[in-house]
Write a protein that binds this ligand. Structure first.
Ligand code: ADP
Ligand code: MG
Length: 328
C-alpha cells in the first residue's frame, strides 16, 4: 500500500461543512460571519505519550480527544481537524482500527478530517483542530478575578493511578485498573461543558499536565492566586467509587497522600479547570446539568499570588506536588 492509497483508504471522507477537504494542496474552511476560529495542535509521540503497543483504536480516539479538549477549554465548537502522521510502516491491520477510533470520536463531535500529511518514520501523531466561537466569547486563561470560585469537571487522578499501576509502582485490583485505564486511554473531552460555560466562566483551561500546573497557568495569566481545599480535591478521584473501606484509602493499597498527588499533579485527565464569579453559582450548576458533566468547587481565587492548599480545618497542607513538564 502506497502513501496515496493509504490516505485514500483510511483518511479520505466526504466533507459536509468544510468547503474543501482532503485531496488538494490546501483544505478550505469558511467561518460563519461573526465567528472566530479557535485553533490548537497536540502531538502524541510513541514511548513518550503512549506505550508503543497501545491498542490503535484507543490511540486514534485519544489523539483527537486531547485536541478537542483544548477547544472545550476555549468554549469553541469543533469544526474540523488535520492529521499529520509518521508511521513506521503502512500496516492496514493497524491503520484500520486507528482510523476507526479517530473518526468515531470525530463523528460524535461533528469534527471533519480535512487534510494532513503522511510520512514514514517513528510513530508520531500530530493533530490540529479548528473550532468556532462567537467573536469575543472564547474562554481564556486570563479572566480569573479575586473572589471567584474555582471548579473542576468530572474526576481527576484516575489516569495517573492507572499509569503508576502499569509502571508497577502501585498495585490496583483488576477491576479498578480496568476502570482507571479507560480514563488514561480514552479521555472524554468536555466539549459540551465548555460551550455551556461561555458567558459564565471567567477563565478556563484543560487539565493535561496536572491540576496544579494547569491552574497555575490560569493564575499567572490572570495575575491572581488561589486556595484549594484538599478535602474536596481528594474526593475527585473516581477510584474512590470502588471503596470497600477494607485497607488503605478507598479500600485500595494507596495512601491518602498518593491519592492527593494523583488528583493534584497527575496528568492526562482532560477535565476542565475553571473559575466563575460567586454570583454565577446557579449558572455554573445549570451549565453542568445541561452538559451532563459533574463539576466540583474545590476552592477560591485570591488576590494574593501563589497557590495554597488547606485541609478541612483550614490548616496549610504542604505543597510538593509537581506537574508534568517534558523538559524539567
Ligand atoms: P502535499 O504534497 O501538497 O503536502 P500530500 O501529497 O502530502 O500533499 O497530501 C495529499 C492530500 O492528502 C492533501 O490534501 C493532504 O491534506 C491529504 N493528507 C495527507 N495525509 C493525510 C492524513 N494523514 N490524513 C488526512 N489527509 C491527509
Ligand atoms: Mg501541495
Amino acid at each position: 500500500m502506497g502513501e496515496f492509497e493509504l490516505i485514500q483508504r483510511f483518511f479520505t471522507r466526504p466533507t459536509r461543512h468544510a468547503v474543501l477537504g482532503v485531496g488538494d494542496d490546501c483544505a478550505l474552511l469558511a467561518p460563519a460571519p461573526g465567528m472566530q476560529m479557535a485553533i490548537s495542535s497536540d502531538m502524541l509521540v510513541s514511548g513518550r505519550h503512549f506505550f508503543p503497543d497501545v491498542d490503535p483504536r484507543t490511540l486514534g480516539h485519544k489523539a483527537l480527544a486531547v485536541n478537542l479538549s483544548d477547544l472545550a477549554a476555549c468554549g469553541a465548537r469543533p469544526v474540523a481537524f488535520t492529521l499529520a502522521l509518521a508511521l513506521p510502516e503502512a500496516n492496514a491491520a493497524w491503520l484500520e482500527p486507528f482510523s476507526q477510533g479517530l473518526l468515531a470520536l470525530a463523528d460524535a463531535h461533528g469534527c471533519e478530517l480535512i487534510g494532513g500529511d503522511t510520512t514514514q518514520g517513528p510513530l508520531n501523531i500530530c493533530i490540529t483542530v479548528f473550532g468556532e466561537v462567537p467573536a469575543g466569547q472564547a474562554l481564556l486563561r486570563s479572566g480569573a478575578r479575586a473572589g471567584d470560585d474555582l471548579y473542576v469537571s468530572g474526576t481527576l487522578g484516575d489516569a495517573r493511578l492507572a499509569l503508576e499501576a502499569l509502571q508497577g509502582k502501585i498495585t490496583l485490583p483488576p477491576e479498578v485498573l480496568a476502570q482507571t485505564r479507560i480514563r488514561m486511554d480514552q479521555p472524554t473531552p468536555r466539549v459540551a461543558l465548555g460551550l455551556a460555560l461561555r458567558g459564565v466562566a471567567s477563565a478556563a483551561a484543560d487539565v493535561s499536565d496536572g491540576l496544579l500546573g494547569d491552574l497555575g497557568h490560569i493564575l499567572q495569566r490572570s495575575g491572581v492566586g488561589a486556595t484549594i481545599q484538599t478535602e474536596n480535591a481528594t474526593h475527585l478521584i473516581a477510584a474512590c467509587a470502588h471503596s470497600t473501606g477494607a485497607t488503605g484509602l478507598f479500600g485500595l493499597e494507596i495512601s491518602a497522600n498518593k491519592a492527593l498527588q494523583c488528583v493534584l499533579s497527575g496528568g492526562d485527565d482532560y477535565e476542565l479547570v475553571f473559575t466563575a464569579p460567586a454570583h454565577r453559582r446557579a449558572a455554573v450548576q445549570a451549565a453542568a446539568q445541561s452538559s451532563h458533566t459533574p463539576v466540583t468547587c474545590i476552592g477560591q481565587v485570591d488576590a494574593a499570588p501563589g497557590l495554597r492548599l488547606v485541609d478541612a480545618a483550614g490548616a496549610a497542607v504542604a505543597n510538593d506536588f509537581a506537574s508534568f513538564d517534558h523538559f524539567a
